[in-house]
Ligand binder design. Structure first.
Ligand SMILES: *Cc1c(COP(=O)(O)O)cnc(C)c1O
Length: 467
């Protein structure tokens, strides 16, 4: 009897003439796994039937574009609506592809590593790519950060950071210090503990009431990178620490730029003040630099704007230049020693794919590509391109704010974006954007040239007008 791969590949690809499956009942799977390209219709039908996309229903409301190739800042796409289109990637694949696609050095790093070993467990074993990467990260991140835990993704890096902080206090005999304090408007990932420090509205905490750990929230930091620091705000933040420090393990925030929580910028004074307050109230300070790391805000790390170092710092996204999933959690020697003093003196985490050699090798190549060039000037040029290109957007009806920092450009509307209309307008202008909530934003690959950047800002304008 046929196995029930029904409604799967088997239904779409009945056995064909000349195709002899090894195991007949799996013929659809073997067809799906064969070298024969899927027709566009087959591909979109299978995608629709079986694949979840980020924050989507099943089936998804809109047909995704199929990416067939990518090169430099361009994605080659195919879809029923637009046919074949080359689109400039205005998103850097969610902050990650800082060098664009198919960068020769990054491609080569993966190939070269494949000639040695693609993956090997990290328990009891080590390898050169991971060691080189850790040493480089320690070198370029704020000074007292000395120890690196390679994680599979940004969310996992945050989970590890939380474990580090809880274990640190446990090691110090302060077992009551288990909660986290953050400010509203944040985003820290989609697994359980990171979700608990995401903005309660943006993170839909009402969906998870009673299930999600209840953390402490300060108001969102006052907006504006250049804005005067608001003493009242700091007083409010301090009040929460004063009242709750006995139960608080850490303050967890994104410094300078809150990304997916609302693309808001704040003054470097706030992370600086948080450093002082955390020390005064004996709470650890965690910086989530998963979005902001590796030059995006105009400094190598957002913390560099403030000139302070956290106790624990997470990096991810651009770490591998967008090639493979890898993140990292760094901590100071003080934190590592605190963990070592606990009744369980080891950091209680060890993912299967920890330190993956391919990811580590391409991360090293990405770091080298970044540090070898004058990234500061390059990002400065993008910043002025974004400012020039986006400032007229301020005049459009329905636009509440336009803001730019480093290689990040944001248009905020005074209403929810019609994301379908906005994305379409961008595609019509040859640009890939992904607006959300009331935001149309871009953070292009650093290698984008002035002409392509002008096309991107034009597309943002068109998307703002349409959305
Ligand atoms: C994307 C992001 C995360 C989560 O990273 P994933 O790799 O998607 O798990 C966490 N924090 C910030 C600031 C992010 O932008």
């Amino acid at each position: 009897m046929a196995r029930t791969y029904n409604r799967g590949a088997g239904d779409l690809f009945p056995p064909r003439m000349g195709f002899r499956p090894v195991a007949r009942q799996h013929s659809g799977v073997l067809r799906a796994l064969s070298d024969t390209p899927l027709s566009p219709e087959e591909l979109s039908q299978l995608d629709k039937n079986h694949l979840w996309h980020p924050y989507s229903g099943m089936p998804a409301a809109a047909e995704p574009l199929t990416v067939t190739d990518a090169q430099g800042v361009r994605l080659r796409t195919r879809s029923e609506r637009y046919g074949q289109r080359e689109l400039i990637d205005g998103m850097s694949s969610w902050w990650a592809a800082i060098h664009g696609y198919r960068h020769p050095d990054l491609d080569e790093a993966v190939r070269r590593q494949l000639d040695h070993v693609g993956h090997v467990m990290f328990g009891g074993l080590t390898h050169e790519p991971a060691v080189r990467l850790a040493a480089s990260l320690v070198e370029i991140t704020p000074d007292p950060l000395r120890h690196v835990f390679p994680a599979d993704s940004g969310s996992v890096a945050i989970e590890v950071a939380v474990k580090m902080c809880l274990q640190y206090w446990r090691g110090r005999g302060r077992t009551g210090k288990r909660r986290l304090l953050t400010w509203r408007g944040g985003y820290h990932g989609d697994t359980w503990h990171p979700m608990s420090v995401c903005d309660p509205e943006g993170g839909m905490h009402h969906l998870w009431r009673g299930a999600l750990p209840e953390q402490l929230f300060a108001a969102a930091p006052p907006a504006g990178f250049d804005a005067e620091v608001e003493r009242d705000y700091l007083e409010h933040f301090e009040e929460l620490l004063r009242r709750h420090h006995e139960e608080l393990a850490a303050v967890v925030v994104e410094p300078i730029v809150q990304g997916a929580g609302g693309m808001r910028f704040h003054s470097p004074e706030y992370p600086r003040a948080l450093r002082e307050l955390a020390d005064r109230y004996e709470v650890l300070l965690v910086f989530d630099e998963i979005a902001t790391g590796f030059g995006r805000t105009g400094e190598l790390f957002a913390a560099d704007h403030s000139g302070v170092a956290p106790d624990v710092m997470c990096v991810g996204k651009a770490l591998t230049g967008g090639y493979l999933s890898m993140a990292a959690t760094l901590c100071t020697t003080r934190v590592a020693e605190g963990i070592a003093r606990g009744s369980v003196p080891v950091l209680a985490h060890g993912p299967t794919f920890m330190g993956n050699p391919l990811a580590a090798a391409v991360a090293c190549a990405s770091l080298r590509a970044l540090l070898e060039k004058d990234w500061r000037t390059e990002i400065g040029a993008i910043e002025s391109g974004l400012r020039n290109g986006l400032s007229p957007v301020r005049e459009l009806p329905g636009v509440r704010d336009v803001r730019v920092l480093g290689a990040i450009g944001v248009v905020q509307l005074d209403h929810e974006v019609d994301t379908t209309a906005a994305s379409r307008a961008a595609v019509e202008h040859g640009v890939w954007l992904r607006p959300f909530r009331d935001l149309i934003y871009t953070m292009p690959p650093y290698v984008i040239g002035p002409e392509d950047l002008a096309t991107v800002t034009e597309a943002v304008r068109a998307a703002a007008a349409a959305g």
